[in-house]
Each structure stands twice: as structure tokens, then as C-alpha cells.
Ligand binder design. Structure first.
Ligand code: AMP
Length: 426
């Protein structure tokens, strides 16, 4: 029989790496709480139409990367429904915002999520078919101030704080504005016209994009096309007065908070719903897939999926990439237990379980050995998994004085059972 393996583009996360995942998630929860965000959990699959209408039919995600299937109809009279594993979470959050009429409160909704997303991309380091995103959205009626550039700056400042607290140094924030829908339409026309004389020398993808979605030409990575792209008009020159002022206000607030950024005129991002501010945090340590996170404003998204006017801004971080970055920055985490308890002989196993129970209930991380093994073998196992070994023989049990060896110093100490907990915590 052939051996079954995890499906291409998916993977198992094992300890000690999972400790890093938990640390990232705990840091995100703690930081976001300080900015008064609450958690939302939406379903992992949704009606396919949700993604077609929000992310956009013309995008790579919707046109070729989604896991979509026809769900069996329950009754003869019913039509089969097309369902899709979520490729991102903003659409689901906005759907939930509309469905639960969260805008009725008149307040801004500040929601964050943590969970798996699915895209049928070509797998490589930092790019998987099942990956995890940590994201947040600020969305609400315009009367609640949802369009304010202060919201954009606050989200970016929160991200800088999160990365700093996580210990990720050396990131770059790239910033752009893609303007309003009208600005974008104007820029698309300008770009289409500018592409006419040069597109013949560009890659086949660009030739197609020049017709279907000229903005996507700016995403092209083909080296030979880069000098041509550098000569194309920039979107900043197509912004109207209000978009320009909005962007200037975002940058002024970032300057005041001393959040460093660089402008990137080509940052138009792969999802159609963005308006005005778009951003990406990149990290040099990641290689080809260097985007740690991306996001932007989406003032028309709610209306695009049938909801009320509800401007918003949000981001999604690739959790897999946060892990890779931290692993590159830190040496491998050593997750050692506080102590390994070694019973001398099978008869002492129950007493060892009792001791382990006491220490674990006191909050210590304990590895429990087995009296069926010889002491030499227990020492070898303990050396690999714990900082100390506690020997529990008949004498120790009777006298209440335990022998503890600390591996880092090689010191052997006699410790009364009543003081063991305090000793092990040192
Ligand atoms: P996007 O939803 O495309 O704006 O992506 C936001 C972030 O999610 C990116 O900056 C990446 O960090 C991460 N990401 C997107 N696609 C993948 C993938 N296939 N595998 C791992 N991380 C991804």
C-alpha cells in the first residue's frame, strides 16, 4: 500500500514550532485588545458569489486559485449551491457585518480574526495552499468616522507596535494610495493608453492584463519588463483633491507617531476591493515571498456585496511568514521541561505520578519518567528534555529528601519535598 502524505501545499505543524505559533497568536490578541478590537470567527467556507463580488472575478485568486465545489442539493427541487473554501477573510467579515446589521449601532466595528485560508497557488517556501492569516478590520457607517485617515494611521501604528513586540526587527512599510473608484478608473484609462506603444515588447501576461485589467501590469515580476514599467505614469498623478488630502493626512499622522514608511507607486495589490490607502510590510529575511502582511482601505466593499455604505480598512498577516521570520531572527527555541522525574523501579511509578501531579498543579512543566527503565536511560532522556532530573527512590520517598541534578551546572542537590517547587522554579 502506498503511504498517505499531507496534500501538496499543506503541512503539519509540530512542537516545538507550534509554541512559536502560539506566541504569535497570544501577542496579536494582547496587542489588538489594547486597541480595543474584539475577535470574530467566520465559517471556513462561504457562498462562491461572495468572493466573486468582493475579491473580484478578474483577480488571480478568484479566476484560478479557489477551492470551489458544487454542494449536493438536499431536495430534488433545490439547486446545487456553489461553495468555496475562503481564500481570505475580509469578505467573510464584511458579509457578517451586513448580516448581523453591525452598522446599526452607529459605532465603528473593530474586529480581528485568526485562521486558515486556502489558495491553489504553486507551493514554495512561504507560500502554501493552506496558510493562516491574522487580520483585523475597522468598519462602520461614515457617521462613525470610518473614512477618517486617522483610522488608517492607527492601524499602521498598531501593526508597527505588534511587530516590535513580537521581536520582528528590520521590516519595511510600503505605502501607496490607489484613490477612489473614480480615480482608479481614470488611472486605468491613462495606463491603458500609455501601454499601447510599449505592450508589444512585454510578457504575454502583461499583454493580456493591458486589455483586461491594466493596473495588474504593475504587479509584473518579469525582469525584462521592469524598465518599461518604470516609465509608466504613476497613480498618484491621477488622484483627485479629496484622495490626495486623505493620503497626505495618513502620512502626516504616521510622521507624528514616528512610524517609518516608504512610498511605493506600484503597490496596487491583488484584490479588487481596495480604495485609497494600500500598504504592505515586507521583510528581507523572507526571500522571494517577502510580504509579511498586506492591507488597505475598502470603502465600497460593503455596497459591492449588497450591504449599506460602510467604509473600512484592514489587513491580513501571513502567520506562516511571521513564523519563518522569527525563526530566521532567533536561534531554535529550546522548549525544556522544568524537571524530569525518574522513579527508581516500577514500584515507585505511582508515587512518581503523585509527585508530578503536585508539581504540575503548582504550574511547573514536568516530564514523567518510568521506573521500568534503568537510571542511565532516564538520565539520557532527561538531559534531552528537561533542565533538571529529580530522583525518586524508596529512601527519598521515606525521608522526604529528594536528589536533584541540574544539567547546566552538573550540581547535585538534596532538596526537601516541601521546598522542591521553589527550588525547581529558580
Ligand atoms: P493577501 O490576502 O493576498 O493580501 O495576503 C496577505 C498576506 O497573507 C500576505 O502578505 C502573506 O503574508 C500571506 N499570504 C498570502 N498568500 C499566502 C500563501 N499562499 N501562503 C502563505 N502566506 C500567504
Amino acid at each position: 500500500m502506498s503511504i498517505l502524505k499531507a496534500v501538496r501545499g499543506t503541512r503539519d505543524l509540530l512542537p516545538p514550532e507550534t509554541a512559536l505559533w502560539n506566541r504569535i497568536e497570544a501577542t496579536a490578541r494582547a496587542v489588538f485588545a489594547r486597541y480595543n478590537f474584539g475577535e470574530i470567527r467566520t465559517p471556513i467556507f462561504e457562498d462562491t458569489a461572495l468572493f466573486a463580488r468582493s475579491v473580484g472575478e478578474e483577480t488571480d485568486i478568484v479566476s484560478k486559485e479557489m477551492y470551489t465545489w458544487e454542494d449536493r442539493a438536499r431536495a430534488q427541487s433545490e439547486k446545487a449551491q456553489s461553495l468555496t473554501l475562503r481564500p481570505e477573510n475580509t469578505a467573510g467579515v464584511v458579509r457578517a457585518y451586513i448580516e448581523h446589521q453591525l452598522g446599526e449601532s452607529g459605532q465603528l466595528q473593530k474586529l480581528y480574526y485568526i485562521g486558515p485560508q486556502f489558495r491553489r497557488e504553486r507551493p514554495q517556501k512561504g507560500r502554501y495552499r493552506q496558510f493562516s492569516q491574522i487580520g483585523a478590520e475597522v468598519i462602520g457607517p461614515p457617521s462613525a468616522g470610518s473614512e477618517s485617515p486617522l483610522r488608517d494611521a492607527e492601524i499602521l501604528e498598531m501593526l508597527a507596535t505588534f511587530l516590535d513586540e513580537l521581536g520582528i526587527t528590520g521590516w519595511t512599510l510600503e505605502l501607496n494610495s490607489v484613490g477612489s473608484a473614480a480615480d482608479r478608473a481614470r488611472y486605468n484609462d491613462t495606463l491603458r493608453a500609455a501601454l499601447v506603444p510599449v505592450v508589444g515588447q512585454m510578457c504575454v501576461d502583461c499583454q493580456r492584463r493591458a486589455v483586461t485589467n491594466p493596473l495588474r501590469v504593475l504587479d509584473c515580476k518579469v525582469p525584462a519588463d521592469q524598465p518599461i514599467i518604470a516609465t509608466l505614469p504613476v497613480i498618484a498623478d491621477s488622484l483627485d483633491e479629496s484622495s490626495r488630502l486623505h493620503f497626505a493626512a495618513v502620512m502626516a499622522a504616521l510622521d507624528a507617531a514616528k512610524v517609518p514608511y516608504t512610498r511605493n507607486h506600484r503597490l496596487v495589490r491583488g484584490l479588487d476591493y481596495y480604495t485609497r490607502t494600500t500598504f504592505e510590510f515586507t521583510h528581507g529575511g523572507l526571500g522571494a515571498q517577502n510580504a509579511l502582511l498586506g492591507g488597505g482601505r475598502y470603502d465600497g466593499l460593503s455596497e459591492a456585496i449588497g450591504g449599506p455604505k460602510a467604509p473600512g480598512i484592514g489587513f491580513a498577516m501571513g502567520e506562516d511568514r511571521l513564523v519563518l521570520t522569527l525563526q530566521a531572527l532567533e536561534s531554535a527555541p529550546l522548549l525544556l521541561a522544568d524537571a524530569f522525574i525518574a522513579p527508581l523501579g516500577e514500584a515507585l511509578n505511582p508515587a512518581a505520578l503523585v509527585l508530578a501531579r503536585e508539581l504540575r498543579r503548582a504550574g511547573l512543566r514536568i516530564e514523567l519518567g518510568d521506573g521500568n527503565f534503568r537510571l542511565k536511560k532516564s538520565f539520557e532522556a532527561a538531559d534531552k528534555t528537561a533542565r533538571r532530573i529529580v530522583i525518586l527512590g524508596e529512601d527519598e520517598l521515606q525521608s522526604g529528601i529528594l536528589t536533584v541534578k541540574t544539567f547546566a551546572t552538573g550540581m547535585q542537590t538534596k532538596v526537601p519535598r516541601s521546598e522542591l517547587c521553589i527550588f525547581l522554579r529558580q
